[in-house]
Design a protein around this ligand. Structure first.
Ligand SMILES: *[C@@H]1O[C@H](CO)[C@@H](O)[C@H](O)[C@H]1NC(C)=O
Ligand SMILES: *[C@@H]1O[C@H](CO)[C@@H](O)[C@H](O)[C@H]1NC(C)=O
Ligand SMILES: *[C@@H]1O[C@H](CO)[C@@H](O)[C@H](O)[C@H]1NC(C)=O
Ligand SMILES: *[C@@H]1O[C@H](CO)[C@@H](O)[C@H](O)[C@H]1NC(C)=O
Ligand SMILES: [Fe+2]
Length: 600
């Protein structure tokens, strides 16, 4: 049966995709970790003759790439042993070397920005934050902030739609049978929405984001509330809008759009601070930690000659660099988090681990793209109206479908017969190994459909999901000022009536430092490069070792995502000043802007 499978050369099919632009980077830079550039034919552990030698090489890996205690949190396991150590060391060295030009660009831009804002007399009013961006960060944030983010941030629709774009993982629809988390006076709710909050709940129109647990986090001495908030679908316009923000600290004030412009804007900024904290540690937990441990289990059970291992290798350059980087400059004592945020680096590690261990971020199958959205009532809800504009779903679903199409072609052509699949002992061992690795919520049995889902989710996590929450989006939207401060510099008000927001916000040097950190995460030089999501499977060395249908699917993937890139990059504001129903133009999931792997 197996011998009938053609492993013929792909004839470079993947390179034939018509729309392929010239790439700036050298493809050879990131060969899979332990596979030579020489053509290797990936094979299943079935062919006569390869069994003993192959089993032995897996044995070597199991002996030398072993689970050790987590770093940057106790979970998940971190590789140790000779091969584990050399792998983590090599990954970190590559990552560090690649970061050198990024740092050089960021720090030279920092000096220019500091000089400009100092010459302008610092930040005296909210509009002065624009000076931090105008003609600034030319090397490190060359494409600037998303259009509309600086001009339209006081628009309530921008605030609420951020929950459906730049951080789609914190908000859920309340179930009509839920108890209301907090009351909003009837006359106020009715003035804003045309209905009481109870009525919104009963009609499935009420949404909720809860960051109240942040009040227990270790403080750096800077200030933060621990907001929870309501959003709602407007009974007549159908718009997704904010209703109220509660601070959960001090006098536990509840703010709404009926408050003064300053009070309400401060409330939205306080919420954003908590939501950004949530999105960043969710990103570390749900994408990095999960991808790492799934890979570790696979690496210890699949031969390097296994086609599934080749795909996993392709998707994970420098996989074991990121947690090392985090503990050396980000969450370490005195690192960026301690210096710029309201909560400490230790609090960041705790948040990340808690999100992982609870399963909220750590669960594998429950966090598949559509099930995750369904579980929070954002998709196919059995109560309440559909969300009329959902930019994350709109863009990510195109990418998810394209990934799934590729994985389906790959799995179907690799295992043309179900009996071939069940004979693959290495894949079966991966499922067993996942238990020892303590992968949370991993499938407990595997057939072709399960494998397609596992690989699709893995590829989605390291690309679209990661980029939504991190990489270029921090500098271009989610970490932009003044609307998204990392910390406040005055105590949270105990009464309404604040007259000036500037004292609460980062001053000129603190603001520049915030932008520096976001720029260090950006990889603008990889936009339209061989690192972009369009190139996820365009690895000629890998494809040469696979069957023809896989190479064809890789070429089709590239063409599909190139076309989608045209769609995203040509978006503009409509007559109402909106784009995808938002007052800003969200470019994050342009597949030529998003990298295909975790990046940083
Ligand atoms: C990795 O590659 C090196 C050099 O080709 C080889 O000696 C080593 O055995 C390989 N390791 C594994 C685990 O296959
Ligand atoms: C791997 O690294 C860890 C941590 O540095 C060390 O404790 C361990 O001895 C190393 N193991 C091997 C086999 O080199
Ligand atoms: C910003 O505030 C810090 C202390 O909080 C201070 O050291 C620094 O000089 C201030 N920078 C500017 C530009 O005001
Ligand atoms: C958002 O900002 C852009 C300019 O940056 C403007 O053209 C557009 O009309 C604004 N939209 C709204 C709803 O204010
Ligand atoms: Fe990351």
């Amino acid at each position: 049966m197996f011998s009938a499978i053609s492993w013929s050369l792909s004839l470079g099919l993947a390179l034939q995709a018509a729309a392929a632009p010239p790439f700036r980077n050298d493809l050879n830079e990131h060969q899979p970790r332990n596979i030579s550039a020489a053509d290797l034919k990936y094979t299943l552990p079935l062919s006569p003759g390869n069994t003993a030698e192959r089993a032995n090489s897996i044995h070597v890996k199991r002996d030398t790439f072993v689970y050790g205690p987590g770093i940057c949190g106790d979970v998940p396991f971190w590789p140790t042993g000779t091969l584990g150590n050399s792998t983590t060391q090599t990954d970190f060295e590559k990552f560090t070397a690649e970061g050198v030009p990024v740092k050089t660009a960021v720090f030279s831009d920092q000096d220019i920005a500091l000089t400009a804002i100092t010459a302008a007399g610092g930040i005296k009013q909210l509009s002065d934050y624009e000076l931090l961006y105008q003609d600034q960060w030319k090397k490190s944030i060359p494409d600037g902030v998303d259009l509309g983010v600086l001009s339209n941030y006081t628009d309530d629709l921008l605030f609420s739609m951020e929950r459906l774009s730049i951080n789609p993982y914190s908000t859920k629809r309340l179930n009509p049978s839920d108890t209301l988390p907090f009351p909003v006076e009837d006359n106020i709710a009715t003035a804003i929405t045309g209905a009481t909050v109870e009525l919104l709940l009963k009609s499935g129109r009420l949404f909720y984001a809860d960051h109240s647990n942040q009040k227990t986090l270790e403080s750096t001495g800077r200030y933060a509330a621990a907001c929870d908030a309501y959003f709602y679908i407007h009974p007549t316009s159908g718009d997704f809008l904010p209703l109220a923000v509660r601070t959960n600290v001090g006098s536990n004030l509840v703010y709404t759009p009926t408050d003064s412009a300053n009070d309400w804007l401060l409330a939205k900024m306080m919420f954003n601070l908590n939501d950004f904290w949530h999105s960043q540690w969710y990103h570390l937990s749900a994408t990095h930690n999960v991808a790492e441990i799934v890979f570790e289990a696979a690496y210890r059970t699949l031969s390097d000659e296994h086609p599934v291992m080749a795909i996993l290798q392709r998707l994970t350059p420098e996989l074991f660099s990121y947690r090392q980087s985090a503990i050396s400059v980000l969450v370490n004592k005195g690192g960026f988090i301690d210096r710029l945020f309201a909560f400490s680096g230790a609090a960041a590690i705790k948040t990340t681990s808690d999100m992982y261990t609870s399963g909220f971020a750590g669960n594998f199958q429950a966090n598949y793209f559509y099930p995750n959205l369904r579980s929070r009532g954002l998709l196919d809800s059995t109560f309440g109206p559909e969300i009329k504009a959902f930019p994350f779903l709109e863009d990510a679903s195109v990418i998810h479908t394209a990934i799934k199409d590729f994985m389906t072609a790959f799995v179907d052509s690799t295992y043309p017969d179900p009996s071939v699949f069940t004979q693959d002992k290495e894949l079966q061992a991966w499922i067993v190994e996942a238990v020892a690795a303590k992968v949370m919520d991993f499938p407990t049995s595997i057939d072709r459909t399960t494998l397609i889902d596992i690989l699709t989710h893995f590829a989605f996590l390291v690309s679209a999901e990661h980029q939504t929450l991190n990489t270029n989006d921090l500098a271009e939207a989610s970490g932009s000022l003044p609307f998204h401060p990392f910390a406040l510099y005055q105590p949270i008000p105990t009464a309404k009536g604040v007259t000036d927001l500037v004292p609460f916000l980062p001053n000129a040097s603190q603001a520049v430092s915030q932008i520096v950190l976001t720029a260090l995460f950006a990889r603008p030089e990889w936009v339209k490069s061989d690192r972009s999501l369009t190139q996820m499977f365009n690895d000629p060395a890998m494809l040469r070792g696979m069957n023809k249908k896989t190479a064809e699917a890789a070429a089709k993937f590239q063409t599909t995502l190139m076309r989608f890139s045209d769609v995203v990059s040509s978006r503009g504001f409509d007559a109402e000043g909106l784009c995808q129903g938002m007052p800003f133009i969200w470019r994050t999931l342009d597949p030529q802007r998003a990298p295909y792997f975790l990046t940083i």
